[in-house]
Design a protein around this ligand. Structure first.
Ligand SMILES: [Zn+2]
Length: 296
């Protein structure tokens, strides 16, 4: 009888964007920070601990100020503390180099003061960056970025959609970014750790909209990783673990974003979102690493 070979492990990065977004109103609300601290984080951190997950939490500076306890708890559980911009209205694809430096420096300082750790990893709000972002990140002491999602196609289901068409041609494996083009490899010192996608994004939102498709995509990503050793990078929002009742949408003047997109984003929130997350962990044998542990 042939001995059974041990199942190969692969790297899976759980990344968490922590912001004050309310699914109820589809807008930012400071009060969400307290709910995330008390209702979502204890359950999420327990789930991660059960599965030996070490992950990266990208905080907006605004959230960190509103809930310093969350930042410190995350650090004490051994997760990486990263930066998710200033207040989630800072879109780096439309900001000048000087504006980006100013916001990145401010945000990094606030989060480092609260966490007492060095913050080296960045994810842009709404994954919106431009070519100034690379030098701005270098200038402010960052080493890692995770704001690109190669071969992801959102169509109108995203903000900054026109720029994101470049994702279709971006490199799949982690790469040092090119000063002239954040979607290509080059000579900068910023290591891009791309969020996984295969047209369909590998994120909490799509996991909740269609668990079946997202888990099928995960299997394909695992198949790819077996050959290329490309890590799988999943993106979750702790506020997805909050229970929301479907409220009145804040009117933004677009039928699509006010109604259809909003209804889709409300699916399977709360406890169900964490059950689905457990299915992601259950699909294979994974080494859970943080963004700053990625090597090329
Ligand atoms: Zn975000």
């Amino acid at each position: 009888m042939r001995p059974k070979l041990p199942e190969k492990t692969m790297d899976l990065l759980m990344t968490n964007d922590v912001e004050c977004h309310s699914f109820e109103t589809n807008t930012l609300h400071d009060a969400i920070a307290e709910r995330v601290e008390n209702e979502a984080m204890p359950k999420l951190l327990e789930l991660y601990q059960q599965h030996n997950v070490k992950s990266t939490f990208f905080f907006t500076a605004n959230f960190a100020r509103l809930s310093p306890k969350t930042v410190r708890t995350v650090r004490d559980f051994g997760h990486e503390v990263g930066c998710h911009g200033y207040n989630h209205t800072d879109y780096y694809d439309v900001l000048t180099y000087e504006q980006q430096i100013d916001l990145l420096r401010k945000s990094k300082e606030i989060i480092e003061d609260i966490s007492g750790t060095e913050v080296v990893s960045f994810r842009a709000p709404a994954l919106r960056i431009n070519n100034h972002t690379i030098r701005a990140l270098e200038e402010t002491g960052f080493k890692y970025d995770s704001s690109v999602s190669p071969q992801r196609f959102d169509g109108p289901l995203t903000s900054g959609a026109a720029n994101k068409m470049s994702w279709l041609f971006a490199e799949r494996k982690p790469y040092y970014m090119n000063y002239d083009d954040p979607f290509r490899s080059g000579n900068s010192s910023i290591l891009e750790v791309p969020v996984s996608a295969l047209l369909w994004p590998f994120i909490g939102t799509t996991l909740r909209i269609s668990p079946m498709i997202t888990l099928a995509v995960q299997k394909m990503l695992m198949f790819e990783s077996r050959f290329t050793r490309k890590p799988l990078v999943f993106l979750f929002h702790p506020n997805e673990a909050l229970e929301f009742t479907k409220g009145k949408t804040c009117r933004r003047g677009s039928f699509f974003s006010d109604n259809i997109r909003h209804a889709l984003k409300m699916k399977n929130l709360g406890a169900r979102s964490l059950e689905l997350l457990e299915k992601v962990f259950g699909l294979g044998k994974f080494d859970f690493i943080t963004v700053s542990q990625v090597k090329v």
